[in-house]
Design a protein around this ligand. Structure first.
Ligand SMILES: [Zn+2]
Length: 88
């Protein structure tokens, strides 16, 4: 068995985001709902999404149909738990 970082249901980022289960996601560059209103953050780890290069923020990630954002790290960590569907 290879060494693997196992994500459990006890991960601190999991706060009962059951509404995100089996969500249809699309990989995209961050775009705020309104221009100049960049207040979105990852639904799991709360990393802020920004359109410009800012340390400690994300410029792209996975977005749901209703514009909720998930960073790439959390997508990779939780995709098996949440059964996400990736829009191509
Ligand atoms: Zn995240």
């Amino acid at each position: 068995m290879k060494e693997h970082h196992v994500i459990t249901q006890n991960d601190w980022r999991l706060q009962g985001q059951d509404w995100l289960r089996e969500e249809l996601l699309r990989f995209a560059h961050y775009r705020p709902r309104r221009v100049g209103s960049e207040h979105d953050h990852c639904e799991f780890c709360w990393v802020p999404f920004k359109t410009s290069d800012v340390p400690g923020t994300a410029k792209e990630g996975y977005v749901t149909q209703d514009s909720r954002w998930i960073c790439e790290t959390c997508y990779e960590d939780f995709k098996l738990i949440f059964d996400w569907v990736l829009e191509i």
